[in-house]
Design a protein around this ligand. Structure first.
Ligand code: PLP
Length: 407
């Protein structure tokens, strides 16, 4: 008899965005004449930058010729992209990253979901609440979390992000081995200062732990004092892995390209206490289970590092931040307190009531979809996330509808 991985039975029954999709589809089916505006899921709406389109066309033409055709590429990514990442993303910020520490992949979701598998089953986890649900769920699947008791897994140290701490969690009083951090944060839009990240680096060093730093939204940081990379913090190369994605900087959510930095300095230990290179372990895992990102997609990704590409991606993120500023101003004028939207495409609104109830209120009365905070963790209750990913017209219409309902 074929048996399942019993850990899957510990997962909450459905994924947040499928729950939302079901409620929205039911509403649309019952109210076909009332168009819904989606400010819920964090998917981009604007087309790819022109530099990426041009690069995709040119690379497709290369694939059409015997002389320039490419088959399997290097699993870790083509050198042209790995080198450009170092030169344009890290060197200008004074971060030492080598091209062979850059692992190109088809998405940060896969990377932040897969990375845990190179670590032992009984490591101690510290995971923010609220946060992108992938960190918890992939550890549940791996059997590391224990049972779900009243909505929280017994084996996870939750890093509460609340109004009291400005939505940046405090260092836990107990040790952890694997720490997930996400700044700018999804869903709160909160960012961490250098001092706050330095405290996490010191904690990781003291515990011989590793930080998984998800910087999927770093391109939205506008405050010059906020670090874009954890490697801006001294010593982080010894304790941190960083995830970056082209999804939100260049609209690659459907195109799929990302990368993960695994420094060669990073160490972890086996059951006998012997030291291992985390870089070598990840390289082994990546080359065994992944066969590289398509050549035309990597060409499209590297195109954002030309002068034109930089201007186009900046215009794209500025556009979404323009939406975010309008959303933030509108919800603030309705009397809600909120954070995010200034260095992130998400606005986290304290609604002071059940978050699914507020979600239903906006859906049924304003035909606007937001994301209920409870779906991101216990501390998300009483909040909703509003996403800036939509056209200007839709955002303005949604805000007018919300004001009409809530004023
Ligand atoms: N990390 C965070 C925090 C995200 O919010 C998302 C997507 O919404 C991802 C990673 C996934 O990015 P990708 O599209 O590269 O898989």
């Amino acid at each position: 008899m074929i048996r399942i991985n019993d850990n899957y039975t510990k997962l909450k029954t459905s994924y947040l965005f499928s729950d939302i999709a079901k409620r929205v589809s039911a509403y649309v089916a019952a109210n076909p004449a009332k168009p819904v505006i989606r400010l819920g899921i964090g998917d981009v709406t604007e087309p790819l930058p022109q530099v990426c389109i041009d690069a995709l066309h040119a690379a497709t033409d290369e694939m059409a010729q015997r002389a320039t055709f490419k088959g399997y590429g290097p699993e870790q990514g083509y050198a042209f992209l790995r080198e450009a990442v170092v030169q344009h993303e890290f060197a200008p910020r004074g971060c030492h990253v080598a091209p062979d520490e850059v692992f190109v992949s088809d998405g940060s979701k896969c990377d932040c979901g897969n990375l845990q598998e190179i670590f032992a089953d009984d490591i101690r986890l510290a995971i923010p609440d609220p946060v992108y649900p992938v960190y918890v769920d992939t550890n549940v699947m791996a059997g590391r979390t224990g049972a779900n008791i009243d909505g929280r897994y017994a084996g996870v140290t939750y890093l509460d992000s609340t109004p009291a701490n400005g939505y940046v969690p405090a260092i836990p009083s107990t040790p952890a081995d694997l720490i997930y951090l996400c700044f700018p944060n999804n869903p709160t839009g909160a960012v961490a200062t250098k001092a706050q990240l330095a405290a996490w680096v010191a904690y990781a060093k003291a515990n011989r732990a590793i930080i998984l730093f998800d910087a999927a939204y770093e391109a939205y940081i506008r405050d010059p004092a906020i670090p874009h990379s954890i490697y801006e913090i001294e010593g982080a190369r010894d304790v941190a892995i960083e995830f970056r994605s082209y999804s939100k900087i260049a609209g690659f959510t459907g195109t799929r390209c990302a990368y993960t930095i695994v420094p060669k300095a990073l160490k972890a230990w086996d059951a006998a206490g012997h030291e291992h290179s985390v870089h070598d372990l990840w390289n082994r895992r990546h080359t065994t289970k992944f066969n590289g990102v398509a050549y035309p997609i990597q060409r499209a990704a590297v195109a954002i590092y030309s002068d034109e590409g930089k201007a186009q991606t900046r215009a794209l993120t500025d556009f979404y931040l323009g939406n975010a500023a309008r959303i933030r101003a509108a919800v603030t004028s309705l009397g809600f307190s909120c954070i995010g939207g200034d260095n992130a495409p998400y606005i986290w609104v304290k609604v002071g009531r059940d978050s699914w109830e507020f979600f239903d209120l906006l859906l049924n009365n304003a035909q606007v979809v937001c994301t209920p905070g409870a779906g991101f963790g216990r501390c998300g209750e009483g909040h909703v996330r509003i996403s800036a990913f939509n056209s200007r017209d839709n955002v303005e219409q949604a805000l007018a509808r919300i004001a009409a309902v809530l004023q």
